[in-house]
Design a protein around this ligand. Structure first.
Ligand code: ADP
Ligand code: ASP
Ligand code: MG
Length: 410
């Protein structure tokens, strides 16, 4: 028999016609003798509209009420899909996240899934139903509705696939798979047949919005067979799996980017043993995520520390740092916004020294100034001006030979 979890994103359920199309895709799998659990996102950009309405009422809406509000989006599409399936003659039931037993931590707006009680879903499956579950939502210990962060329906799907021991989790979206970079930005981007969990996790964390990062974490930790594919076209998509060999002698699998970066510099700190720990403890106590960190010491007693963060939290970070000026004993703070992060990702870097050097050479040859750098075993990230982001992505994509080349398995 076997069980498949299928997730359909916002565009894929964006109209009544599209919901009918989703119903047909689901029925195709059901007719192959599979149990099917479907996870849906809210229709089109309806989550954005809900957030907009909240912001029209309040500058700082209560996080609890915001989750109550945005969790309704998925409940519209899940019930419409269940009706479409019933209309076509198939037994179907829709469940909210909490009805489906999804338990989350107590963190409105960005909760992690802690556990799934699969009893009810299994019961409905056993009775012959196609079960539709609302993505992006769960219930906390205090019986409060919490959402999983933007794009979180992917995570609902993979977590359910892990708990239900599904044979596969299929993420249906508005592109035909995972590409070497966002195909809406670089038209030469090439669809990948497969990509490893680790590479996909880096890509997702570094801005490739095609999968919610936590969904990839779940897939890796529970070894879920994961495929990203199109809800409109029939071609096979991209498999995300454990070991994927590099194609030919390529070192880089893909390029990810995001354009919401600000660099903050704290000038004139005392250069003593606890400076770094005091500064970053204050930031972390206030839940401010920093990314790349650079310390500049120029020989005397003072030191400057720069770090990058999401531009959305800049205002709050500056308020916090100013509140602690006496304790931190710094001279002043400066910041530079309108920056982007452009990253190359690929497991081929582990065994090939010089990938970072090649990246910097390519960027320099295009007169693109790199302002910050960070690396891991399988990625190099650079911070550049927003105005140079696109040309950085394009020249790296070309130089690392990511465009249209026949995959060669080695
Ligand atoms: P859904 O609503 O189905 O969850 P998303 O908008 O969240 O869809 O994700 C699909 C989008 O991800 C694509 O339309 C594409 O613009 C973007 N994207 C970013 N990076 C990549 C990539 N490397 N490969 C494919 N799509 C990408
Ligand atoms: N509807 C939610 C969002 O727009 C969750 C999702 O689409 O995955 O972020
Ligand atoms: Mg998405």
């Amino acid at each position: 028999m076997g069980l498949i979890v299928q997730k359909f994103g916002g565009t894929s359920v964006g109209s009544i016609e599209r919901i009918q199309n989703v119903a047909d895709r689901v029925i195709e799998t059901y007719k192959q003798g599979k149990d099917v659990v479907v996870v849906v996102s809210a229709m089109g950009i309806s989550t954005d509209h809900l957030i907009q309405m909240a912001n029209d009422i309040s500058e700082n809406p209560s996080k609890r009420e915001l989750d109550m509000l945005v969790s309704t989006g998925e409940q519209v599409s899940m019930s419409l899909l269940a009706m479409a399936l019933q209309e076509k003659g198939y037994q179907s039931i829709s469940l909210t996240g909490w009805q489906a037993g999804i338990k989350t931590e107590n963190a409105y707006g960005n909760a992690r899934i802690l556990d799934i009680d699969i009893k009810r879903v299994n019961g409905h499956l056993a009775n012959g139903n196609i079960v539709i579950v609302a993505g992006f939502q769960g219930l906390t210990d205090d019986d409060e509705i919490a959402t999983l962060g933007r794009g979180g329906s992917d995570t609902t799907a993979v977590a359910l696939a892990a708990s239900l021991k599904a044979e596969k989790c299929e993420i249906y979206t508005d592109v035909t798979g995972v590409y070497t970079t966002d195909p809406r930005v670089v038209k030469e981007a090439r669809k990948l047949d497969s990509i490893s969990y680790d590479e996909m996790l880096e890509m997702a964390n570094l801005g490739a919005g095609v999968l919610h990062p936590r969904s990839v974490e779940f897939a890796k930790n529970y070894n879920v067979k994961l495929e990203v594919r199109s809800s409109m076209e029939k071609e096979t998509g991209t498999m995300i799996e454990e070991d994927v060999s590099m194609e030919g002698n390529l070192t880089v699998r893909g390029i990810a980017f995001e354009d919401n970066v600000t660099k903050v510099t704290v000038h004139g700190l005392q250069d003593d043993i606890s400076t770094l720990s005091t500064l970053f403890t204050i930031l972390s106590d206030h839940k401010i995520n920093v990314d790349i960190i650079i310390q500049n010491t120029n020989g005397n007693e003072a030191t400057d520390i720069s770090f990058s963060l999401d531009s959305q939290v800049l205002k709050y970070a500056l308020e916090v740092l100013s509140k602690y000026q006496t304790e931190l004993n710094y001279e002043h703070i400066s910041y530079e916004g309108d920056l982007s992060k452009v990253s190359i990702v690929g497991s081929g870097m582990i065994s090939n020294p010089g990938v970072a050097a090649k990246m910097f050479n390519i960027l320099a040859s295009k007169q693109i100034k790199v302002k910050m750098v960070s690396t891991s075993e399988i990625k190099v990230s650079t911070i550049v001006d927003n105005s140079t982001m696109l040309s950085a992505i394009e020249c790296l994509h070309e130089a690392f030979e990511l465009e249209a080349k026949q995959p060669v398995n080695v």
